[in-house]
Design a protein around this ligand. Sequence first.
Ligand SMILES: Cc1ncc(COP(=O)(O)O)c(C=O)c1O
Length: 478
Amino acid sequence: MSSLTYRSAPELSPFEGKRSLDSDAIARLEAADRTHLWKPFTQMAGYVEETPIVMREGRGNWLLDVRGRAFLDGVSSLWVNLHGHAHPTIMGRIAQQLQTLDHSTLLGPTNVAAVELAEQLIGLAPTGKLTRVFYSDSGSTSVEIAVKMAYQYFAQHRDEAERGRDTFVCLSNAYHGDTIGSVSVGGIDLFHSLYEPLLFHTVKATAPDPFHTAFGQDVAAHEAECLDQMRTLFESRPGHIAALVMEPLMQGAGGMIRHTADYLRSAAAIAREHGALVILDEVATGFGRSGTMFACEPTGVEPDLLCMAKGITGGVLPLAATLASEQIYEGFLGDHSEYRTFFHGHSYTGNPLACAAALGSLQVFEEERTLERLQVRIAQLGDRLSVLAEHPHVGDIRRLGVMTGIELVKNKRTGEPFDPTLLAGRRVVEAALEHGVLIRPLGDVVVLMPPLSITEDELDLLTGVVGRCIDDVTRKLR
Ligand SMILES: Cc1ncc(COP(=O)(O)O)c(C=O)c1O
């Protein structure tokens, strides 16, 4: 493989002259972290044996830890950051909001920032069909809400014949979050199977996954098979499916598994033919990550419910929104005595600070022409990845916009994976840290999720370090 050239992290980092905290302060923080924190998706028995990386500052596309080490944020702080850390426009909007209103409930009154943001989100939505915004706090809750809305919409449908729609078709390998409702529509056995007794019943359609389940076969034929199976699931449950729930174009946490726009269009069409709603989860793909504002936009698929979170605030504060069509909204209208209300809400629903951050992020999109400028970066990423694709242990590279999964394999010709206990993906990620690049694996898929604001030099660093670490690590695994 011809290697990619890059300037090193210390050359590019904006933290020049920033030093380590004093050693007592570091020791105290590390000890308290080990003693008191329980971290997400982390085997703590191993974690407490290691030295934690304690971040203390963020600037641009970089993070600085207490030891004075700078890391390029190649995972966008878990797929949320869009415009870099501490973007002055977003910080300014939050600071301004702090001067006026910190928080006020949306149960009863409303607030200026929540109203202004709702108006803008509706303006940005990929279809004019979406007219209502319901706020919450995370991607999981945005999906939970969509599912509850669809369920209740049919449960109280004015046409009695529609009231039997009480279940959902969702995809194998899907990830929609970690609350019980979002897990119920998920499909990753490793994360979800233990909770089976707690989950509500859903119908799982097999998602396209050409690399793992149809290696070397024609993608269109594989997708057609998946669609036939989905059609059968709908046909065998007439009048019972409330909605199809799916991540459009890319199943992210499931391993960056792609399907085509044709598959998405056909799946949505099958749902519609059978009277079901379409719920699209754009928590990961939304807000430019796919190359357009929303991934479904260029496909022409118009969801009835659209879930958004992660990048909504530019990755600064927790906020989520479920956008609903007027048709669904109207299904909840009626006299108090009819009890058609959507009985759902959270203490921080519509938090003004988070909404101000989101307004700031949308302002950046406009002022910096983020989406337009991103196209160049996406093309550059494609170039660099085509070099990585030549590596003898890179089996597949799957990408949507800047969302990228690089799958490591033992045998490129057959697609045979590495023994999972070798932790090939994890080793690459650990090696990348040594070069000042922060990324995370999904098994043996090395995920690149750069902020939309990544520069060309930083992109070279990200892809160059990843290529070098894949080479170093896989050479030892041979
Ligand atoms: C597609 C999708 N939906 C939902 C979620 C859950 O979001 P959160 O972690 O904010 O609850 C994620 C998180 O990765 C996601 O990728």
